[in-house]
Ligand binder design. Structure first.
Ligand code: ADP
Length: 398
């Protein structure tokens, strides 16, 4: 076996997703998830050679324990000698990073500085980086940022209409997220549809637990629906997306909410869950709606309406539309949501093809409209692949 494998780490506050990817073939030699890291009974679930296994972890410094166990596993499975790099997903790169970079002390300082903008995510990402540096001290470590792809946005798209000094002094602006996914699926769309990089107008809808839309002109992000934080924009599983900011003072002054209670309400108790009072899971909502549950139906209607409205708005910066991409767990699987949204966008020349829409599910890609120009297309995302290939390219340059 040649040395062509990259370990991809996505370290969250209570979970660690990992994969070892062969950059020559795209095959996953190992993939898995360490979960419940901040809770009782943490464990690692992994898949190797088609078989699924589980390892119980000791409680304690859970991230360190999980990485140590992962290193042991990688060695036991004889995968360590083929590794050429470790690629880390980092949520927020602020304005420091417009592309993936080799991690050194300056990069770590910049990720720390940016933690103020992503207090739940960046510190967890740093835990993963530090633990991996310890465990794989001879391997180059590369950071791949969720925000980097959107650093091509112009000021008129990324500034809020609030006092300018809040931007210059505190970095308050729209950054956007899911950049790795928007980049991957839009690049794939260019290849599949033969779009020219000099003249292309693509809108990508990443619909998972978090949801965002990006307007991509000639391969570059010109606008996106998420902002300073991943709360802005679309209705999501538990996040409200756009609201009137006046709601904040209403909840505080009239209903005695604290700032952190408002934060929790908008991030954890809203969205599909808040409206349906049932679940944040789109599958469960669709099943309930199909059985006539009124609030589940309403949750789907609001989700689709807001999504269609956002997509239509992004035709403005693009000046037209060549392709609308659906990706993420909902975008890749929900024919119901896709057909509702595409039907609302018929005025753009999009007409759903029912058979194609049903065929493009469960990992199958494909155009789901009756014509190609413009079209709606389903493309399964692969953020791990982008992280692995960026890490391999940067490692090979050293
Ligand atoms: P994450 O953002 O955590 O990576 P995913 O991209 O896996 O999440 O998306 C999770 C969402 O995808 C959930 O709301 C789930 O219900 C939805 N989903 C997965 N499969 C289907 C399906 N067959 N139909 C509708 N929604 C689905």
């Amino acid at each position: 076996m040649s040395s062509s494998h990259v370990l991809v780490l996505n370290c969250g506050s209570s979970s660690l997703k990992f994969a070892i990817i062969d950059i020559n073939s795209g095959a996953e030699a190992l993939s898995g998830l360490a979960e419940r890291l901040a809770e009782q009974a943490p464990l690692i679930k992994y898949k190797h050679n088609g078989s699924k296994q589980c390892i119980d972890l000791n409680a304690g410094d859970a991230h360190q324990v999980a990485i140590k166990q992962l290193v042991k596993l990688v060695k036991q499975l004889d995968l360590a000698q083929n590794l050429i790099a470790v690629g880390h997903r980092v949520v927020h790169g602020g304005e420091h990073f417009t592309k993936s970079v080799l991690i050194n002390d300056n990069v770590i300082d910049a990720i720390k500085q940016t933690s103020v903008l992503a207090p739940l995510h960046n510190p967890a990402n740093l835990l993963g980086i530090t633990a991996a540096q310890h465990a794989f001290e001879n391997l180059p470590q590369i950071a791949v940022f969720d925000t980097a792809f959107h650093q091509t946005m112009d000021k008129h798209a990324f500034l809020y209409a609030i006092p300018y000094a809040l931007y210059t002094e505190h970095g308050i602006r729209r950054y956007g997220f899911h950049g790795t996914s928007h980049y991957y699926v839009s690049t794939q769309a260019h290849k599949i549809l033969g779009l020219s990089h000099d003249q292309s107008r693509v809108i990508s809808a990443h619909l998972g637990n978090g949801c965002s839309v990006a307007a991509i002109k000639n391969g570059k992000s010109v606008d996106t629906s998420m902002g300073l934080t991943p709360l802005e924009g679309l209705v999501m599983g538990t996040r409200s997306g756009d609201i009137d900011p006046g709601l904040f003072s209403f909840l505080v002054n009239q209903l005695n909410y604290t700032a952190s209670a408002v934060d929790e309400l908008l991030n954890k108790k809203s969205g599909l869950l808040g409206i349906s009072e049932l679940s944040n899971d789109c599958r469960a909502i669709e099943e309930a709606a199909a059985q006539g549950h009124p609030q589940a139906t309403l949750a789907l209607d609001i989700f689709c309406y807001r999504l269609a409205k956002q997509i239509a708005a992004f035709v403005v910066p693009l000046g037209g539309l060549d392709a609308l991409i659906f990706t993420g767990g909902i975008g890749e699987n929900s024919d119901v949501i896709r057909s509702k949204v595409v039907n609302m966008l018929a005025f753009l020349g999009l007409n759903i093809d029912t058979d194609k829409n049903l065929a493009a599910r469960f990992g199958n890609q494909g155009v789901i409209t009756s014509q190609i120009q413009p079209c709606a297309i389903v493309i399964p995302t692969n953020e791990e692949w982008v992280i692995a290939t960026d890490a391999a390219t940067i490692a090979q340059e050293q």
